[in-house]
Design a protein around this ligand. Structure first.
Ligand SMILES: [Zn+2]
Length: 366
């Protein structure tokens, strides 16, 4: 399984898919599903959905992960050909200067560029510890004028991403662009491979969602049409095993999959997820039965699209699960394939143990 996860993850990380511009990623995933004999469909927003029908009188599950990644949108092309951009999603200022970027104008025609960084020789002492302001970012594509940039296909509104990059590291670890959340996509592909040959179990909708990095609400559209009873969301868990993260928790890269017991995003959204107790129990018991170490996360400052999915209809019993990841939203994020494999096994086994009697009411939950 680990070799397949590596292959899928590497392939998917090489495909650009800015929020709202996920078409290439969606096509690639649909093709991978089709190669397994699994049909999928997409909705008007671009969510990719495949349904495995199961017990009619039991609860249905939406298991989802996002396809999109953060990046840039061209705001203005200067007369000299340098390009100004807006950020799309939480691109950190500290990860901007000197990055390679790809402006997506069409497969085979994409335009690479370099994010501006002031020449060091000309940097005054008081500038040395300042980060580039996002609004001041310039992309140099090598073209000498606006006309040449436009002739290459770049216009106001053209999407851009960190240039897709994959760097295999030691011990089954991988650095890459958009590990968040192509790793989740690779895990869901593993789940699909298992579900296609199962004999019983609940109805499961796998959803590869859109626009998570933009406004966290693409998956809501899928939930509104699928009306699931339960939702399980797969994304990164912030690894805390580097010095600057040490006091935020106890999430080790390579330490196994994790569940979130509490997430909250105070910066304006006032949203987060407190998981349904039955789903916490399901993950804990499954991990124990399968001898999978299960890590725990409880953090402010993180938020996933599950925050909105849980509020659909009469309420959707929800939980965030994930894999530890370092350096979130930087151009090279790091995950461990062993965690992805264990997460895939956890999800497959958890789904298999959901039956018609699965408790979703809060009565008797004390
Ligand atoms: Zn994510």
């Amino acid at each position: 399984m680990i070799d397949r996860l590596r292959k899928d993850l590497i392939n998917l990380m090489r495909i650009p898919g800015l929020s709202g511009h996920e078409d290439r990623v969606r096509h690639a995933i649909a093709d991978l599903l089709m190669a397994e004999g699994v049909e999928s469909r997409s909705d008007r927003m671009g969510n990719l959905i495949t349904t495995f029908e199961g017990e009619a009188n039991g609860p249905s599950v939406m298991l989802f992960t996002h396809m999109d990644q953060l990046g840039f949108i061209v705001r203005k092309i200067e007369d000299n050909g340098l390009i100004r951009v807006e950020r799309l999603g939480g691109v950190p200022e500290r990860a901007l200067a000197s990055q390679a970027v790809t402006l997506c104008v069409g497969t085979g025609k994409d335009v690479d560029g370099v994010l501006y960084n002031k020449s060091h020789h000309a940097t005054a002492p008081d500038e040395k510890y300042q980060v580039l302001k996002a609004g001041d970012v310039l992309i140099d594509t090598g073209h000498g004028s606006r006309d040449e940039v436009e002739a290459a296909g770049v216009r106001i509104g053209t999407p851009g991403v960190y240039r897709p990059n994959v760097l295999p590291l030691a011990e089954n670890r991988i650095a890459g662009t958009s590990v968040d959340d192509r790793a989740g996509c690779a895990v869901l592909l593993e789940v699909a491979r298992r579900l296609k040959s199962r004999e019983n179990g609940p109805t499961v909708h796998l959803v590869f969602s859109v626009q998570e990095e933009f406004n966290l609400r693409g998956a809501v559209v899928a939930a509104q049409s699928l009306k699931p009873d339960m939702a399980i969301q797969v994304d990164l868990m912030l690894a805390t095993d580097t010095p600057e993260m040490a006091d935020r928790g106890d999430m080790l890269l390579g330490g196994g999959p994790g569940i979130s017991l509490y997430s909250f995003h105070g910066r304006g959204t006032l949203n987060g997820v407190i998981p349904h107790p039955s789903l916490v129990r399901l993950m804990e018991e499954t991990a124990e039965n399968e001898s999978i170490p299960l890590q725990r996360s409880a953090q402010v400052g993180v938020l996933t699209d599950l925050s909105y999915v849980q509020l659909v209809g009469e309420g959707v019993a929800s939980i965030d699960v994930g894999f530890p990841m370092r350096y979130s939203h930087s151009s090279l994020e790091v995950c461990d394939l062993n965690d992805l494999e264990a997460l895939s096994r956890l999800l497959i086994a958890a789904l298999q143990s959901i039956d018609a009697g699965f408790p979703l009411t809060r009565d008797g939950q004390a």
